[in-house]
Ligand binder design. Sequence first.
Ligand code: MG
Length: 392
Amino acid sequence: MVATGRQLVLFQAAIELLVSTQITTPNLIADREAKLLARYAMHSSESAGRVHPEIEHLMRGPFQRDRDRVLHSSAFRRLSGKTQVFTGQGDYHRTRLTHTMEVASIARTIGRSLRLNEDLIEALALLHDIGHPPFGHAGEEALDEMLKHDGGFSHNKFALTLVEELEQRYPTFPGLNLTAEVLGGQKRRVDKQQSDGQHSPLLEVQVVDLADSITYNAHDVDDAVELGWLRIDELLELPIMAKCHESVLQKFGKLEGDVLRRALVHELVNLQVAHLIYESQQTLIELETLSAREVCETGVRLEIAGPLAEHKAGLQKFLYARLYRHADLVRARREAQAKIKVLVEILEENEQELPEMFRSRCSTHGTRVSVVECIASMTDNTFLETYQRFAG
Ligand code: MG
């Protein structure tokens, strides 16, 4: 459709209006957040900023901008081709990308109920798994072993390498130049084990972590039942699933097959999210007057507590024993790990075959580290094609 002269004039006027509000737009964002968010939420106006200072955007706050930067990154797009759990089992179940989108959705629901900063939550959620190599945790273990004399490999740490160094999208700085809060949230994932336990992460960071766990429990149950690896009747022996079934019976009466599976998975998410929101609201009442940073100093932790926490742990234990160690999965993982190790060694001997971005890092970061970074950046299919080319 061709725009008329009048439409073009109106469009030009709209642009001029936006430009004329350049000075006040950050204030509008601050005002909006002051009205909608709790005091303890991380407000954009309290952000510690970016490593490379930038002029505020006309229409978007800093965390909105970070979300978009992650969304438009090449590493984010590659999540669509990376295994979540079910290596080599077709493509009807979750990938890293759909897992990430589900985490973002559930985390935003929790965040909105607690009046936290949804833009920050979404940026953190979209970022949280961006550093996963091909073939999920199996790929991570193999790369970690190949780097055991060079500091090891972790997907959480590699996410930071991607967004601070490897993504090249802007002419004036390397990486995405994300805000300190988004980078800090990801750094907490790296340092989880070394945390001193006194200061807690921002509430938005905690919500994304909790949403991640709620999400993968639920969708792994969903995918595993659909693949025929778990049966609904054995799941119903677990207290948490029995409770979900009670709710399903109350709402819909007796269901069977796929309809029952979907209703149970829906209840599994609903039960945990509702519990978490309720418990968190009780916890946060006493902290209502504190700022985001003051809340961190209290060391407060949002959590699923009491019997539900035990029942959730029971489900996780069951999934580890019955699903994550399923013979087909173990076999596919072992094959993937063997191929990864072979390709690391071949590329290390043939550094000239690396793409320029990784080849140029060999002299500063070491050849093996650069090879591992190159492989970690690949989708499952790109890895298999590359393996075929060099070792097939
Ligand atoms: Mg995750």
